[in-house]
Design a protein around this ligand. Structure first.
Ligand SMILES: Nc1ncnc2c1ncn2[C@@H]1O[C@H](COP(=O)(O)OP(=O)(O)OP(=O)(O)O)[C@@H](O)[C@H]1O
Ligand SMILES: [Mg+2]
Length: 235
């Protein structure tokens, strides 16, 4: 039996101002699955992803590879789960692009040579090697998006959660990224409004609406149900 890398039971979360964002979500994701998360603006997609490595903690249970999200497990869980944030400005904070991409490997105590190699490879994968010495905050939005993807690829986590990975990418970069994600032998979770990408990459799709999981099934089946898609602002 393939093991579950994510197990979530009755997860609910409200922001400190009282806004409810996730309501009673239960699901399992098997190792190696590629899962899409779709739903209207404000549905809770980003909030959900941020629960996968303990950035947010709701009520209920979140387990990663059998480990509860708890202070004592966080350093291990954060090696297993890499999250690429929706807004790249939240991901990039070092003086140069290279330093941003090498931050994770150095933090994980890779030796210098291995950290440099992993960072160069990750930048090449998103075709941003040319910007290695530049200042991250001077890049265009799409370039920042690509570099933020590299900051996670450089650590090769077992599970990679992408929040709107194709937003602001030019068509060539989008196709290139889709090829890259397709080839990654990892567990992949992608929150996006780019249904074409979800269709190409994810065999399974979850639909969130107003914090609730309203569908979880085969992508082809979910995307074929026009009435359902319209009801949830997906068409
Ligand atoms: N820091 C915050 N404080 C209060 N409420 C928040 C905060 N961040 C998000 N929310 C609210 O939580 C809900 C879920 O937001 P979230 O960003 O998870 O949605 P989303 O599905 O990712 O939307 P989008 O498609 O626009 O990216 C929304 O009602 C949003 O207004
Ligand atoms: Mg979002």
């Amino acid at each position: 039996m393939i093991k579950s890398i994510v197990e979530i039971e009755n997860l609910s979360f409200s922001y400190p101002d009282g806004t409810p964002a996730l309501k009673n979500i239960s699901l399992k994701i098997a190792q190696g699955e590629k899962v899409g998360i779709v739903g209207p603006n404000g549905a809770g997609k980003s909030t959900f992803l941020l629960h996968l490595n303990g950035i947010y903690r709701g009520t209920g249970f979140v387990r990663i590879d059998g480990l509860d999200i708890a202070d004592k497990n966080l350093s291990v869980i954060r090696r297993k789960v890499g999250i690429i944030f929706q807004d790249p400005d939240n991901q990039l904070f070092m003086p140069t692009v290279f330093d941003d991409v090498a931050f994770g490997p150095i933090n994980m105590q890779y030796d210098r040579e291995r950290a440099v190699r992993a960072s160069e490879e990750a930048l090449q994968k998103v075709e941003m090697g040319y910007a290695s010495k530049r200042t991250s905050h001077h890049l265009s939005y799409g370039e920042k998006k690509r570099v933020s993807i590299a900051t996670v690829l450089s650590m090769s986590p077992e599970l990679i959660a992408f929040d709107e990975p194709t937003s602001n990418l030019d068509p060539k970069a989008r196709n290139h990224l889709m090829d890259l994600i397709n080839k990654l032998e990892r567990t992949i979770i992608i929150a996006s409004h780019d249904l074409g990408m979800i269709y190409e990459i994810c065999g399974r799709t979850m639909v969130l609406d107003r914090g609730a999981l309203v569908a979880d099934g085969a992508t082809a089946q979910i995307l074929a149900d026009k009435a359902f898609l319209k009801k949830h602002n997906l068409l």
